[in-house]
Design a protein around this ligand. Sequence first.
Ligand SMILES: NC(=O)c1ccc[n+]([C@@H]2O[C@H](COP(=O)([O-])OP(=O)(O)OC[C@H]3O[C@@H](n4cnc5c(N)ncnc54)[C@H](O)[C@@H]3O)[C@@H](O)[C@H]2O)c1
Length: 263
Amino acid sequence: MLLKDKVALVTGGARGIGLAIVERFAEEGARVVLGDVSVEEGAACAHRLSQAGYPVCFTPLDVTDAGSISQALEAVIKNFGGIDILVNNAGINSNATVIQSDPAEWRQVLEVNLVGAYFCSKIVAAHMAANQRGESIIFLSSQAGKRGEAGASAYAASKFGLLGLMQCLALELAPHGIRVNAVCPGNVDTPMLDWLINDSAHQDGLPVSKARQALLAALLRTIPVGRLASPQEIANVVVFLASPLASYITGESINVDGGQLSG
Ligand SMILES: NC(=O)c1ccc[n+]([C@@H]2O[C@H](COP(=O)([O-])OP(=O)(O)OC[C@H]3O[C@@H](n4cnc5c(N)ncnc54)[C@H](O)[C@@H]3O)[C@@H](O)[C@H]2O)c1
């Protein structure tokens, strides 16, 4: 087991990639706290996993609220006695050109994806450093954190920003023995993709099934391996980065994109 007895907090762990990370961490022997704004969904996932014998619990968490993050950290410490790993996974998407974008929505994407990850890292890293316990912080950036895309300015700005934050934090935490890295997924089959399809259908006045067909066909043309990623394929790389197998890796971002950024 790669993460035996490690304690991890995964933000946005109620579904999609976050849930796959929680499940893979638990399979690798970690004790996991799943934090999410989606309380019913998160609590149900944690209940299901703990019923299956995994030490997983849920805490309500809004990454845009520093008080909520401190409470989530307290819940981790109360349940499992400390924290070794933080995964900054919580995120939202947007789908509008700069000209058409709503400034409040634009700011909200930055607030959740970038400022939220900053606050979680600040609060958890301070605890790790003060207690001389802490091994790894991992950010979910994106291929949109390395290459721009029309209609994705807020999302891309937040994901490019995460890579800058990740590199600075890696330098600051290296003396404390804490490694800091990022994963840059391509297109992953999760509820976030469904949200994008629904939003495109709405904007283009198409039935959802037609919008799905059109978006998937367009995406698949750009993915060399010819398919979307599964959430588990992203989670496997997060497990690797959190584990001793990655003991000399810090300040790095790994593309998990089926070759998309190579084209
Ligand atoms: N799906 C993709 O194709 C893809 C590609 C690249 C990167 N990513 C990134 O991976 C991460 C997970 O994406 P996903 O596809 O699983 O998304 P998702 O929408 O399926 O799940 C996101 C989770 O984050 C939670 N969340 C949203 N706002 C929150 C907040 N303020 N506080 C706490 N939790 C909050 C949601 O409730 C949800 O459980 C995101 O950061 C996303 O940007 C996804």
